[in-house]
Design a protein around this ligand. Structure first.
Ligand code: ZN
Ligand code: MN
Length: 161
């Protein structure tokens, strides 16, 4: 099954089997619930909270998933590095599958997180390493702005006033 994320298409089965292989390598058990959470996170680009993941997966009664199970599994997936836990100030954490390296743009009005691709920051790490002697491991850069929906709402509010 193909799925799309910001204009790029990926293969869900391939993605999922790579992730499962990584879990096997680390001797982590693959339960149906764990597989379902992984699959959902790979497919979605909505950066869901624990509650949103639970609400989505609990619709499948056969899976019989509890909120605690979602929590525990997310912790495992974060620990092995498959999933990124994003904390923004004191708001609930949001979760993102790590598969494809990408950057985030965050709406300053509604908090929605968008994905985009940009790999031109290698010069940044080089400069940091050269100037400080640190051994660089990763860099973190988020972009902030108004999402298209919030722009529209703002325009409508101006027109009405
Ligand atoms: Zn917004
Ligand atoms: Mn993302």
């Amino acid at each position: 099954m193909e799925y799309n994320q910001n204009g790029l298409s990926y293969n869900l089965e391939e993605e999922l089997s790579d992730a499962i292989e990584l879990l096997r390598d680390k001797s982590i058990r693959i339960t149906p619930q764990r597989r379902a959470i992984l699959s959902f996170l790979i497919e979605t680009d909505s950066h869901p909270t624990v509650d949103e993941i639970y609400q989505n997966l609990s619709q499948d009664e056969e899976l019989g998933i509890s909120l605690a199970t979602v929590y525990n599994n997310l912790n495992v997936l974060v620990d092995v590095g498959l999933v990124n836990q994003m904390k923004f100030s004191d708001v609930t954490s949001r979760y993102d599958y790590r598969g494809h390296s990408h950057r985030h743009i965050i709406c300053t009005n509604c908090g929605k997180i968008g994905d985009f691709h940009y790999d031109e920051l290698s010069g940044l790490e080089e400069a940091a390493q050269k100037q400080t002697g640190y051994q660089v491991q990763f860099n973190k850069l988020d972009v902030y702005g108004l999402c298209p929906e919030c722009q529209k709402l703002k325009e409508e509010a101006i027109e009405e006033s």
